[in-house]
Design a protein around this ligand. Structure first.
Ligand code: KG4
Ligand code: ZN
Length: 334
């Protein structure tokens, strides 16, 4: 019963994070330094500022993760790091820290795709059963991933324009809400009703792809038209109606995908899976079809390093290794 102990490092966007995970399932420690407050006044993540903060935080966060885990450097089996996709300057900070630590402590270096990290956050909660469908919804991604076994990923649906989280953030901005907009819309929607008929982008018959830019424009146009007519806007109803449209499309397409591959499990991952309406709707839909559903707790839905260590554990066991020429990649296929 050999333990696998992996240090994970994540710096793809605005969280500097490090974590030690045992056997891909048990969090021994998890440290996250969020930059949300820093970027809020700009209404979004400013890449150059993100990089600088990562540089400030990375050493402290890695040290913190290790000391809290009670694991000694020499007892680690490897260092897993997010290689991409993400902001290139941000990624480079994590990749270079991982390379330096791997070199200093003579440990294997394991490159991790950020999305597989979000997916593997689920394995910290429950063992995975294949085939499965993972719905990955974040600020940068909207993907339906079919997995037949550990470490195997087939993207069977993706967004043709905006990511779901991006739509939440842009609509929130239109309503004058602070960044990040997702949690704000979620909160506001609870005070309203989905009475406005915003469009649902189903695309071609049977398509598992998504499109959110039409919905985003519809909300913006609605707001402008109402203002022009001198009507008072009901922000809560707008939030609830927008959220209902996103939720309905995400849930129906996920169920379509699950039925198509005869999924034994559905996973939800990424920052948008924190959304209370989407959680409720997808739980109900999965229960109706008797398909087991896993959604990680909130802290594991948003960016963190435990998920990177969890995915990195699979990579480690499969023999995935990088050498010291490893580079960050802003665009990286799963
Ligand atoms: O996974 P994540 O932390 O970072 C990326 O990899 O993008 O996701 C961040 C995204 C943001 O767009 C944020 O607005 C959205 O997740 N988000 C939410 C909620 N909480 C975070 N969207 C809808 N409802 C929420 N409760
Ligand atoms: Zn993410």
């Amino acid at each position: 019963n050999q333990k696998t102990l992996i240090l994970g490092i994540e710096t793809s966007c605005d969280e500097t994070a490090a974590a030690v995970v045992e056997n891909g399932t048990v969090i021994r420690s998890s440290a996250v330094a969020s930059q949300i407050e820093v970027h809020r006044r700009f209404g979004g993540v400013v890449p150059e500022i993100a990089s600088r903060h990562h540089v400030d935080q990375i050493t402290v966060i890695c040290e913190e993760a290790l000391s809290k885990s009670g694991v000694a450097w020499e007892d680690l089996d490897g260092i897993a790091v997010t290689q991409g996709p993400g902001l290139i300057g941000a990624l480079l900070v994590g990749v270079n820290a991982a390379k330096a630590l791997a070199y200093a402590h003579q440990l294997p270096l394991i490159p991790v795709h950020h999305i597989t990290g979000h997916i593997y956050a689920n394995r910290i909660v429950r063992e995975l059963h294949f085939p499965l469908i993972a719905l990955v919804v974040s600020g940068g991604h909207t993907e339906l991933v079919h997995m037949k076994e550990h470490g195997s990923y087939e993207v069977i649906g993706t967004t043709r324009d905006d990511a779901a989280g991006e739509a939440f953030d842009k609509v929130a901005r239109t309503l004058g809400l602070p960044y990040p907009g997702g949690p704000e819309i979620d909160r506001l929607a609870k005070e309203g009703s989905p009475v406005i008929d915003f469009p649902r982008a189903w695309l071609e018959e049977g398509s598992l792809d998504f499109s959110f830019s039409g919905l985003k424009s519809a909300v913006i146009n609605y707001v402008h038209n109402e203002q022009q007519r001198g009507h008072k806007l009901n922000h809560a109803d707008i939030a609830a109606s927008f959220q209902e449209s996103v939720s309905e499309v995400l849930v129906k397409k996920t169920m379509m995908a699950a039925e198509r591959v005869h999924a034994k499990q559905i996973l939800v991952a990424g920052g948008v899976s924190a959304n209370s309406k989407i959680r409720l709707e997808i739980e109900e839909a999965a229960r109706t079809r008797s398909i087991p559903l896993t959604i990680p707790p909130l802290a594991l839905c948003t960016d963190n390093a435990a998920m990177i260590a969890a995915s990195g554990t699979i990579g480690f066991l499969k023999g995935t290794r990088a050498d010291l020429s490893l580079n960050g990649r802003a665009n990286l296929n799963i």
